[in-house]
Design a protein around this ligand. Structure first.
Ligand code: BGC
Length: 746
């Protein structure tokens, strides 16, 4: 039987559950029937059974490892098992051999695809295409749930302003608005717009501030003020929860001294209190235990108490709840009411996912779902839309060059192009750029890798250089191996690693045109390499179908449309540098650089502003930047009014023209600045974007609507509101272009 049909039949039952009563209770959408089932089950549970639900373990390969614990009702969830046979067996133990028959919640880090791997999340953000991102998440859910995985630890919503941080790869970059749109898209995709057995619970993480790790070193402390949290770091979480995200993960970091897993202010007061979140809160891997390392708790019992009282429901791999909660309840340190609430949150998710009705999967049917042609096609489209053209002196798209040299360590690196956090993608299914180009240009491609892997060091490139002399064009695929970004993989130097810059210089010296395609997990500092490239196409690790996608882009079958979701630095010393920084008292005016300072010049600060003497104030490429093979022009930008009320919509209209020679898509961006506030306000903030596709010569009048409420921020008085006054608004193809219009809010 076809798996999808099988699954959609069963969906009817779950849907009926979700719709009965028509009354939505809480954020994850449980109705009265679900709540009644939760209460009925809770009423039958012993304290030990309740605590068992709050324990999550890593499967560890062999079902027998946890068989006894499951039978005793000591496991509520497992992670890291994807074999459907073993998952069925785990479920059988839980459903058929425990007193209450509560199924397990099976979790996995399905971060950018399950088997079919999509671009890393930073690349997905570069598409500025939430609909496509939703489709990708839906495909990940179809593949993963077919094998019994009903919970993904994604999306990661950590705003990241420092590219040294390896996990920048795993999020949507530096901007709160873009991150928010991507967050909603992923939640809808994973969970499905309608609940059925292909719904995979999303887990928004890492709550909160984890991406602001000092110095870009993973796990490091953060020092975010409440206003920074509320204005920049919390909104994507709040939006994802409004979109129905069923679960949330607390982060590893301590913010201003309080580790998230014991942070009552963010978990209990904001998440539970202000947002009313009634989904499941899980710790990060042993983040409860790590509160001992933080020096925030004496021992496992102490940190278990702190986590439970902060509002954490499930313990991932510390065994703190399992070992100590019973004792803590008996002593009164944790109230049984707190345990009951945690168990409610867990059972609610299990019921909403339909796990009680459908704990098992069809092992044979699951195979047919993996790497389906439609999944591969969507992954290819995502890789195409995620690549950013950063430089082009006209060499791209390729125009019939008959002898092509393919070189570089990422040209044929089937594992590395999949990117970080790829547990289940298999390199045997990857199509590399080399393979795709060889198919596209039979007999015309010469391949000399130059470097076998990105970190390799070499002094001479005689083999590549001699091949280059006989080529019409050189396609160099450079970047980072996948292991150089991701969790715990931070870098202090963001130049192209190994001898890649030297390889580029040697290629350029041949006088042949050099096209660099960079496959990386973060925005690297490529300024020194730009003079050695005639064109640069930047592809964050593009996934399974990266090869055909990049070949399509290089040949012009697809026109690049990706935009930078993060500022590209000139040098790592500029970090953090992000487009929506606050206005300083001395904004940069483009003044004196190092070379212009007289010897023995007297000390003065007069006339000097906020910048570096050696690198100025600007990045290499600003947020939102990306070229196309065509050109776009904006004209007649106008607003429907000069003055708006706080509940109004701002309608901004403009004409977008494709003034070049080929069809292309422009990511139109609208930025706003609040000129005078009760607090210093950012110089610009993204408030809306849209992909607009135009034929050559085509003009289109575009109107975008922005609710005035989008201009609200958390002010000095601790409330969120729109302040009256004057604003500027830009419509442009990146965060550094365009002329502002003004309007006011009264
Ligand atoms: C990561 C989480 C991940 C968890 C489970 C942790 O190390 O920080 O993002 O979901 O492991 O694999």
């Amino acid at each position: 039987m076809n798996c999808i049909k099988y699954l959609s039949l069963s969906a009817v039952v779950v849907l009926a559950l979700a719709c009965t009563g028509q009354k939505k209770a809480g954020t994850i959408g449980a109705d009265e029937t679900v709540e009644a089932r939760v209460e009925a089950l809770l009423g039958k549970m012993t304290l030990a059974e309740k605590i068992g639900q709050m324990n999550q373990v890593s499967a560890g390969g062999d079902v027998s490892n946890y068989a006894d614990a499951i039978r005793k009702g000591q496991v509520g969830s497992i992670l890291n098992e994807v074999d459907p046979v073993k998952i069925n067996e785990f479920q059988r133990l839980s459903v058929e051999e425990t007193r209450l028959g509560i199924p397990l919640l099976v979790g996995r880090d399905v971060i950018h695809g399950f088997h079919t791997i999509f671009p890393i999340p930073l690349g997905l953000a570069a598409t500025f295409d939430p609909a496509l991102v939703e489709e990708g998440a839906r495909i990940a859910a179809l593949e993963a749930t077919a094998q019994g995985v009903r919970w993904t630890f994604s999306p990661m919503l950590d705003i990241a302003r420092d590219p040294r941080w390896g996990r920048i790869a795993e999020g949507s970059g530096e901007d709160t608005y873009l991150d928010t749109r991507m967050a909603e898209a992923m939640v809808y995709g994973y969970q499905g717009r309608k609940a059925d057995t292909t719904s995979m619970a999303a887990c928004v993480k890492h709550f909160v501030g984890y991406g602001a790790a000092e110095g870009g070193r993973d796990y490091n402390s953060t020092f975010l003020t409440e206003r920074q949290l509320r204005n920049f770091y919390l909104p994507p979480f709040e939006a994802a929860i409004k979109a129905g995200a069923m679960t949330l993960m607390t982060s590893f970091n301590d913010n201003d001294g309080v580790p998230s897993t014991g942070n009552t202010f963010v978990v209990k007061d904001i998440l539970r209190g202000e947002w009313g979140f009634d989904g499941l809160v899980v710790t990060d891997w042993n983040s409860m235990g790590e509160m001992i390392n933080h020096g925030f708790g004496e021992d496992r019992k102490d940190v278990a108490e702190k986590a439970a009282n902060a509002g954490v429901d499930m313990d991932m791999m510390t065994y703190g709840f399992l070992s100590h909660l019973e004792e803590l309840v008996r002593s009164g340190a944790v109230k049984e009411k707190t345990i009951d609430n945690a168990v409610r949150n867990i059972l609610r998710v299990k019921i909403m996912l339909g796990l009680f009705e459908h704990p098992y999967v069809d092992v044979e049917a699951a195979k047919a779902v993996q790497y389906a042609p439609t999944h591969l096609a969507a992954a290819q489209k995502a890789a195409e839309e995620s690549a950013i053209l950063l430089k082009n002196n006209g060499i791209l798209p390729l125009k019939g060059q008959s002898r092509i040299l393919v070189t570089g360590p990422m040209a044929d690196a089937p594992w590395d192009q999949l990117g970080t956090w790829c547990f289940d993608g298999q390199k045997e299914h990857t199509i590399t750029p080399l393979k795709a180009l060889q198919e596209r240009f039979p007999g015309q491609v010469t391949y000399v890798p130059g470097l076998r892997f990105s970190r390799e060091k070499r002094d001479r490139f005689d083999d590549v250089v001699s091949a280059a002399r006989g080529a019409d064009v050189i396609l160099a695929f450079l970047g980072e191996e996948s292991i150089l970004s991701g969790e715990a993989h931070c870098l202090a130097d963001l130049n192209l690693i190994g001898s890649q810059s030297e390889l580029l210089a040697a290629l350029k010296a041949t006088g042949k045109p050099v096209v660099a395609t960079i496959l990386a997990g973060r925005p690297l500092t490529i300024e020194r390499d730009l003079p050695n490239c005639d064109a640069v196409l930047y592809s964050f690790h593009p996934g399974t179908m990266g090869g055909p996608a990049l070949a399509n882009l290089l040949t012009g079958e697809v026109n690049p449309s990706g935009k930078t979701p993060i500022t590209f630095l000139r040098t790592v010393g500029q970090a953090p540098l992000y487009y929506n920084h606050n206005m300083t008292g001395r904004p940069y005016q483009g003044e004196t650089l190092l070379a212009d300072i007289d010897l023995e010049a007297g000390q003065t600060s007069l006339g000097n502003t906020s910048y570096y003497l050696d690198y100025g104030a600007y990045p290499l490429f600003p947020f939102g930047y990306g070229l196309s093979y065509t050109t776009f022009e904006y004209s007649n930008v106008s607003l429907d009014k000069k003055e708006y009320g706080k509940e109004d919509q701002i309608a901004v209209s403009f004409t977008l023209a494709n003034t070049g020679e080929c069809r292309g898509t422009e990511v139109v961006q609208v930025y706003v600045r609040d000129l005078v506030g009760s607090l210093t306000r950012p110089v610009k903030e993204l408030k809306c974007f849209e992909r607009v596709e135009l034929n050559p010569g085509e003009n289109r009048i575009v109107t975008l609507q922005i609710p005035v409420q989008e201009l609200a921020f958390w002010g000095l008085d601790g409330t969120k509101k729109v302040e009256t006054g004057e604003f500027q608004l830009w419509v442009a193809g990146d965060s550094a272009s365009g002329e502002p219009l003004t309007f006011s809010v009264k």
